[in-house]
Design a protein around this ligand. Structure first.
Ligand code: ZN
Length: 171
């Protein structure tokens, strides 16, 4: 397995609308496994393909807690939220937006329809923290970052802070 390079904001790939996946082959399997390895290495709890520079509709998520076993992950291909209810507001960060975390409004419970790595249709219902992860990663497939959910004032302050951080990195 290969640890992939994570693209960071303002990389334009993070703003693209990802393309649907229609070929379910060994290459897709390998990409999913590499994305999972990259996610656990980061460490993070979810990773979307655009974050490693591939603008396709696939995400991987840490599924250890749900399966009660460490290192278990799930790949969701062409995921789509088909039902959502409730509200929650919890702290979020993003591997593509280092250094920043913020409270974000999300649905408390979502049902996601997707295909597994064999192309078979599946459905999963998630609540609480796991529901946040799914909503965050699916956003990435639409070029949306958690910053976009903040008020414009807060987003402005965050981007200023981030720009300063980027400049420090370059020095
Ligand atoms: Zn993210």
């Amino acid at each position: 397995m290969t640890i992939l390079k994570i693209c960071e904001f303002p990389d334009p790939v993070l703003r693209q609308q990802a393309a649907p996946v229609d070929v379910f082959d060994e290459q897709l399997d390998k990409l999913a496994a590499d994305m999972a390895a990259t996610m656990f290495d980061a460490p993070g709890v979810g990773l979307a393909a655009p974050q490693i520079g591939k603008s396709i509709k696939m995400i991987v998520v840490d599924h250890s807690r749900q399966e009660e076993a460490p290192g278990v992950w799930l790949a969701l291909v062409n995921p789509e939220i088909v039902a959502a209810e409730g509200r929650q507001c919890d702290s979020e960060g993003c591997l593509s937006v280092p250094e920043l975390t913020s409270k974000v409004n999300r649905h408390r419970k979502v049902t996601v329809r997707y295909q597994n790595l064999q192309g078979q249709p599946q459905e999963i219902t998630a609540e609480d923290r796991f529901a946040v992860v799914l909503q965050h990663e699916i956003d990435h497939l639409n070029g949306v970052l958690f910053l976009d959910h903040l008020s414009s004032l807060k987003r402005h302050l965050y981007l200023k802070k981030y720009k300063k951080w980027l400049e420090q990195q370059q020095n």
